[in-house]
Design a binder for this molecule. Structure first.
Ligand code: SAH
Length: 352
């Protein structure tokens, strides 16, 4: 075994013991790891998640209720400049129907995700939807993933009963942020929004794409330092995957192995964090989500959107589960988890 690898393993041990590494140490990890280190981290991470969650996997039903977006993120397939995207919006009734169907299949968390479509799904309307879901399913958690909203709106939604909010920071490196987003989008605003979410008492999810264009080891080090300092309750991590109708169409996809490694490092640093094995991970590899769970993830987010619109919520090329119905996705996940010795549970799965 080479000395570089020994160094990385000793840093993984240090992370497990102290839950913290310096920027220099993170740079040494990302600059020096190999497959053996990844397996080492995965083993530790898996031991930790088995200790905290046992072999139980939480599921969240995701309802992608609108692909209309005012933003123009260079990586994203539903960016406003993509005129090839067929836009759709679900009615309040359709959203509620998705949740009712999901409830039958054992979902106790509903994630409402969309583009930034506030002109139509204004905060008052979203608050009404949240209230209706909570009224119909008082035993369920509602997670929102609507993009950057102002404090008043986030407060209104929290008061309406929303429990959690997913807003990936995308990158904790300001310079990198500006290479992924047009000038009218602000790193400071997104980060400020994350802090507001936490202050308002949301269980808050941050996260980043792995291997997004122009990402360096330093960006990843900044991501890990940010995650340590911010202490999110959830972390969404998936590989960047190009979309044919975006400026990043010719950029290489992110690394599957690095994604798994990062999941393990997050689990080791934050033992109780809710960590999904993402759809993008399942897209880059057929058994990516299973390997994610075996690397320390403990959440899966099957799709609850109506089959008719699934292909239209195409954030990147090749997204899986766009042909399936909600019950097919649900059964598929149960079978996949069973095969690796894990069990999907009917529970809200809050952060504790
Ligand atoms: N409008 C919401 C939801 C965005 S879509 C918001 O702004 O938070 C959810 C996530 O998909 C994004 O945060 C991004 O990290 C991820 N995503 C978008 N395009 C992607 C791509 N090409 N490859 C991988 N992940 C992508």
């Amino acid at each position: 075994m080479n000395t570089m690898s020994e160094k990385v393993k000793s840093l993984i041990d240090k992370l497990a013991a102290e839950k913290s590494l310096s920027k220099e140490e993170w740079l040494a990890v990302f600059g020096g790891w190999d497959e053996d280190d990844r397996a080492y981290a995965a083993g530790k991470a898996r031991e930790i998640s088995l200790g905290v969650f046992g072999n139980k996997v939480y599921i969240r039903g995701i309802v992608e209720f609108s692909n209309v977006c005012k933003n123009d993120c260079y990586y994203c397939g539903i960016r406003c400049s993509n005129t090839n995207a067929q836009r759709y919006r679900l009615s309040d009734g359709e959203i509620l129907e998705c949740c009712a169907e999901g409830y039958e299949y054992g979902f106790r968390t509903f994630v409402l995700q969309s583009g930034e479509d506030y002109a139509v799904y204004h905060p008052e309307r979203m608050a009404g939807i949240v209230r209706s879901i909570k009224k119909a399913h008082p035993d369920c958690a509602v997670t929102l993933s609507l993009g950057e909203l102002e404090r008043d709106a986030l407060k209104l939604l929290k008061d309406a009963g929303a429990d959690r909010y997913l807003l990936r920071h995308e990158t904790a490196n300001k310079e990198h942020y500006s290479k992924l987003h047009p000038e009218n989008m602000s790193f400071a605003h997104r980060m400020g929004c994350l802090r507001t979410l936490k202050e308002l008492g949301y269980q808050t999810g941050a996260g980043m794409m792995v291997g997004s264009p122009y990402q360096t080891d330093e960006c990843l080090a900044d991501d890990m330092l940010f995650i340590e300092e911010f202490g999110p309750q959830m972390i969404g991590i998936g590989p960047f995957l190009p979309h044919k109708d975006t400026p990043f169409r010719d950029k290489p996809k992110g690394s599957y192995e690095l994604t798994l490694f990062l999941l393990s490092l997050c689990r080791i640093m934050l033992p109780r964090v809710l960590l999904p094995a993402t759809t993008a991970l399942g897209t880059i590899r057929p058994d990516g989500r299973e390997q994610g769970i075996l690397s320390g993830a403990n959440v899966i987010m099957p799709n609850l959107s109506p089959t008719a619109v699934r292909k239209k919520y195409m954030l990147y090329d090749g997204k899986i589960c766009t042909e399936d119905s909600s019950d097919e996705c649900r059964n598929c996940i149960s079978a996949r988890m069973k095969r690796i010795g894990y069990e999907v549970v009917v529970a809200r799965g809050d952060y504790v």
